[in-house]
Design a protein around this ligand. Structure first.
Ligand SMILES: [Cu+2]
Length: 272
């Protein structure tokens, strides 16, 4: 006995399906993601779109199947003979899961691993190194100075106004270190390595238009890498709710030519 032939058809349900599909298509067509301005950012956008397309399609298919079952079998009447064999049930439970894993997980691995390599893999030899330290509620940026070496820091010497990073005076490498508040300057078309620390709680170094995001934890040194593709000023934000002043934990990333960056750096006084 089959009831599928006289199952009620719901135009509203079909409409919902097409509306959701149209939304996804419109999102792709309009390019809803903000512009991207780093070399690895394009790969991240590709993974985001791939995931949305695959999981979105599976979600829509799931909705249709679910709706179909509700409309067909949802009246609570006994459907003798309508049940399929256990083997078929098992097949329908396992195969979609495997399919989902294959499409989403394998796809993300294939597309995402090269991007991961760009962000966390071996750095270019001529990479520009800078340290960014999060504290409630600002970003402190340290440049190594003319010697190219970050000097020693001591957490006990940290003083908010006199020595915000706790630079050790007796270390010659620390004497030329430049510390500025909230202003990250990096060269265009060259890799930057950002070494990350936190002085208090968990923060998250985030440059949305670079698609860069890296948590920074107290007592731990993290890093992230990027190659900016265009000169300009970009927002630097904290993406980890880190306290009442979290909303104002902002800074700027200035991407400039090598000459302009060298000039700006030469104008900065060493902190000590
Ligand atoms: Cu924060």
């Amino acid at each position: 006995m089959s009831t599928s032939g006289d199952a009620p058809r719901s135009p509203a349900f079909g409409l919902l399906f097409y509306l959701l599909g149209a939304l996804v298509v419109a999102g792709f067509a309009l390019g809803w993601l903000p512009e991207v301005s780093s070399a690895h950012g394009h790969g991240i956008d590709r993974v985001i779109k791939y995931l949305l397309l695959t999981t979105g399609t599976l979600f829509l298919v799931g909705c249709v199947v679910l709706g179909r079952f509700i409309l067909t079998y949802g009246k609570g009447e006994a459907q003798e003979g309508a049940l399929v064999s256990e083997r078929t049930q098992l097949l329908w439970a396992v195969v979609p899961v495997l399919l989902m894993c294959a499409i989403s997980e394998v796809g993300v691995l294939v597309m995402g691993l090269p991007v991961f390599g760009q962000v966390y893999g071996e750095a270019d030899e001529d990479a520009f190194e800078v340290e960014v330290v999060g504290k409630q509620f600002e970003w402190l940026i340290r440049y190594p100075g003319p010697d190219g070496v970050f000097g020693e820091v001591d957490h006990d010497k940290v003083h908010d106004s006199r020595n915000p990073l706790g630079l050790v005076k007796s270390d010659p490498a620390a004497r030329d270190d430049v510390v500025v508040r909230g202003q990250l300057h990096v060269p265009v078309d060259r890799m930057s390595i950002v070494h990350l620390r936190s002085l208090d709680v968990i923060h998250s170094f985030t440059v949305p238009l670079f698609r860069s995001k890296q948590d920074t934890l107290p007592g731990y040194t993290a890093y992230t890498q990027f190659i900016p593709e265009a000169e300009g000023t970009f927002e630097l934000a904290c993406a980890e709710l880190c306290g009442l002043g979290h909303y104002r934990m902002q800074g700027t990333v200035t991407v400039q030519s090598e000459e302009a960056l060298a000039e700006w750096l030469s104008e900065q006084e060493p902190w000590l």
